[in-house]
Every structure is written in C-alpha cells, then in structure tokens.
Write a new protein. Structure first.
Length: 180
C-alpha cells in the first residue's frame, strides 16, 4: 500500500493579498505561502538596535525611508516578502498602500532558525529583483554586507558601512553585545 502525499495548495497573489491583515510574518514565494514563527527575543533585540541606527542616520534626509517588518514588499509577481529591515533611497508616501511596489535599495535579514531561507532563498530573490545590497546579521556574532550580485563585499567587518549610506557607521561588536 503506497503512502498518499497531500499536494500543496498554491495560492495566487490576489488570494494572498486578500488574507486578513496580520502582524505575523507571512510571505508568498511562487504561489507558496510561508508562515514563520515569531522571532526569538535576541533576533528582535539585534533588529531593534540596527533599525534605530538606520533611523538615526536617516534623520534630516527627506529622500530616505527606513522600514521594518511586518511590511509586504513585492519583489516580483507572486514574490511578496517582508525583509526584517529595509532602506529605500527615496521617500515612501505616508499613505503608501501595500504591498510596496518599489524595490528597497538595502534589505537586512537577521538570521533566524531557518538560515537557509534567509541566506539562500531570500538572497536569490533580492538579487533577482535588483536589491543593491543585502545585509546578513547573525545574532551569534557576525555581519556580512553583500552586493546585489551576491558577492561578499565585507565578511565579518568590525564597522558596518555602505557606499549607499554616506556617513553611516555601525560598530558590529556593540550591535551584537550582550545587554548590560
């Protein structure tokens, strides 16, 4: 007697967008709805520190928008993701409807339990969409800054900088330091 395998039910982008608004991390990749469990505390702490640093840098720069998940961004038809943090080198309108149609200049992912999803799947989608930089933050101790092509620009830098963000510098050790 053979084992029955249930076929995955794929959804259209319209069906995905008709789901009720949620604070959960729900993403769409080629018809597959991906629901991730909420991040652990340390993921959120590192993300908050990084987000504050980016927002502080962006103050007084009316042409920059810094945003964080949960926020739907359409990277391609049927590819709607929620980067942990993102930088747009242009202003998003206050009444910007979702999903965001503009591709972020920088996408940031703080690694979670599903490292392959963050390091491979998302990197591929971001690169194919034209994201200029992809930052990978491992809360256990390092940061990578990759160009859109996926090549490592900086692997484990002491200071996180970017040619896209003039004057932005973030001390990686301080970003990842234990709470005192």
């Amino acid at each position: 007697m053979g084992m029955a395998i249930a076929a995955k039910s794929l959804v259209s982008e319209a069906e995905f967008l008709s789901l009720p608004e949620s604070l959960e991390r729900i993403e769409l990749i080629d018809g597959e709805v991906i629901v991730a469990p909420s991040p652990v505390f340390w993921h959120q702490e590192v993300l908050a520190r990084l987000f504050v640093a980016l927002r502080t840098w962006a103050e007084g720069r009316p042409d920059v928008t810094v945003a964080q998940a949960p926020l739907d961004v359409r990277f391609a038809p049927n590819r709607i993701l929620q980067p942990d943090a993102m930088v747009f080198l242009s202003r998003l309108a206050r009444a910007q409807p979702g999903p965001i149609e503009r591709i972020p200049d920088i996408c940031v992912e703080v690694l979670s339990a599903n490292r392959v999803y963050d390091r491979v799947t998302k990197r591929f989608i971001y690169g194919a969409a034209g994201v200029a930089e992809y930052w990978i933050v491992d809360p256990a101790g390092f940061v990578e800054r990759r160009s859109g092509s996926g090549l490592v620009d900086e692997d484990r830098p002491e200071q996180l900088t970017s040619p896209l963000l003039p004057g932005f510098t973030l001390d990686v050790a301080k970003l990842l330091a234990d709470i005192k």
